[in-house]
Design a protein. Structure first.
Lengths: 370, 89
């Protein structure tokens, strides 16, 4: 028996007023006309709860760009799921937020792009966005909802991490997520402009550790470390098809939100397949489940059931083979690619390819093995 | 925490039944905590008005056990849950 998943990531739409250059959405964005309707999403939420999911993350794009967001929150909450809204906060006013709380919303996760307004607006590609976010954060706490601030960090904002921590405290957030960029999709196209330096990374890690002690009991800080300076990969999603599933705006049922861009997969369609069938029986979910699929050097490695061979999407992005050992692992024959990427970013400028519909970035070249 | 402290589930934390896995869980943002039987019983007594002392009284009566021992035990347990961010004073 396959153990049931704990959480569903529902990517309600790819529409978003922001244009973050590290956006985790696929580079081929789904058009509004292809999005699942209210009834289908509501059925998916019930199926998720029946399958064993306890939490749901309503995400996107910008989930509140959906006109039926109120109905969707109510449907998720009625299904018994702990309902988290992952938002950029620029589209909601107080009245609508109160209505969402009323409908059963349990938690709000607000993204910020920086602590410094001009830089934040430049990174998000949306003028006035930062000010709107601050106003929105106040509305969240006024509505009595718990708030997490999510800061994606990289070379162009990492020096202001202490200010971002202060901002989280000032806004009354109970939790701060500091996440280094993961390089696939849009972020891979912008890797050279985003990659932090070793010194920045070390400073950030020290800042997080000190802040955790100083603000214990007041602010929880979750820290997602970057892969490019690592010698062992992260356990991506707690293992392929083991804890999480995601549904894309057009209804693809995925083991991870980034998986849609992996070639050679037939991901189940939520319009015609139940979540249970997708989770338990589909080839896509079973392909990288467990350890049987693993290549050398993962096969038989003592860490095989800790990191599950790392991230499949990163393996594909860097080696062209989704079934390869994640190059973040020093034991991977492709590990040297990371050092090459670091060197390249060292000489690179700060310009971005912004995330925009219909604008495919040049795929970053798969570097040849030295 | 002291005997006068009134502990409650931290903001955003919800106690829910997990029928699929036949257990109770405390859910929070990106967090899940599975209380053991004793922790679960104490979490259920957190009504936002009862102090630690009152909870110890209730448990002492229920199990006809020495109150001071219970108070010490639940103080340790709740301090631990507070450090994990599950409860607050
Ligand atoms: S990362 Fe930025 S562009 Fe992408 S969905 Fe979030 S707010 Fe929108
Ligand atoms: S060889 Fe594979 S299983 Fe072992 S540490 Fe590296 S990625 Fe993890």
């Amino acid at each position: 028996m396959t153990a049931p998943p704990l959480a569903l990531l529902a990517e309600l739409t790819h529409r978003c007023p922001l244009r973050c250059p590290y956006c985790s959405n696929p580079t081929a964005l789904t058009r509004p006309g292809e999005e699942l309707d209210t009834a289908t999403w509501s059925r998916i939420f019930v199926e998720a709860a029946d399958l064993g999911c306890l939490q749901i993350h309503l995400s996107g794009g910008e989930p509140t760009a959906r006109r039926d967001i109120l109905d969707l929150v109510r449907a998720a909450s009625t299904a018994g799921l702990y309902t988290n809204l992952i938002t950029s906060g620029v589209l909601l006013n107080g009245t609508r937020l109160d209505a969402l709380a009323e409908a059963g919303l349990d938690h709000v996760q607000l993204s910020i792009q920086d602590a410094e307004p001009t830089s934040a607006d430049r990174i998000g590609g949306y003028r006035g966005g930062h000010a709107k976010k601050l106003a929105f954060a106040h509305l969240v706490t006024e509505a009595g909802l718990p708030l997490t601030l999510n800061a994606v960090v990289h070379r162009q904002n990492l020096d202001r991490l202490p200010a971002m921590i202060d901002l989280a405290l000032e806004l009354g957030a109970g939790r701060l997520e500091v996440a280094h960029v993961q390089y696939y999709g849009w972020a891979l196209a912008n890797r050279d402009a985003l990659m932090p330096t070793r010194a920045q990374l070390d400073a950030a890690t020290a800042t997080v550790e000190a802040a955790r002690t100083t603000h214990r009991g007041r602010l929880v800080i979750d820290y997602v470390v970057p892969d490019y300076y690592a010698t062992r990969p992260k356990s991506c999603m707690g293992g392929w098809g083991q804890r999480f599933l995601a549904v894309s705006p057009a209804g693809r049922i995925l083991p991870c939100h980034a998986a849609e861009s992996l070639p050679g997969f037939d991901f189940p369609d939520a319009r015609t397949t139940t979540l249970r069938a997708a989770w338990e029986e589909s080839e896509a979910f079973n392909r990288f489940r467990g350890t049987g699929w693993m290549p050398e050097p993962c096969q038989g490695c003592a860490r095989a059931e800790q990191d599950w061979g790392g991230c499949r999407c990163q393996a594909f992005a860097l080696t062209g083979d989704a079934a390869a050992t994640d190059p973040a692992c020093a034991l991977s024959p492709h590990h040297a690619l990371l050092a090459l990427a670091l060197e390249a970013s060292d000489r690179a400028g700060e310009g971005f390819t912004y995330r925009e519909p219909g604008r495919l970035p040049q795929p970053a070249p798969v570097l040849p093995l030295a | 925490m002291s005997p006068e402290t009134v502990p409650k589930l931290a903001r955003g934390m919800k106690l829910r039944e997990d029928k699929t896995r036949a257990q109770w869980v405390v859910l929070g943002p990106e967090r899940m905590f599975v209380p053991d039987e004793i922790a679960l019983e104490i979490i259920r007594l957190l009504d936002g008005t009862s102090s630690l002392a009152a909870i110890a009284d209730a448990l002492a009566a229920r199990y006809s056990a020495p109150r001071e021992e219970i108070l010490a035990d639940i103080t340790t347990l709740l301090d631990d849950l507070a450090a994990k961010g599950v409860v607050t004073a």
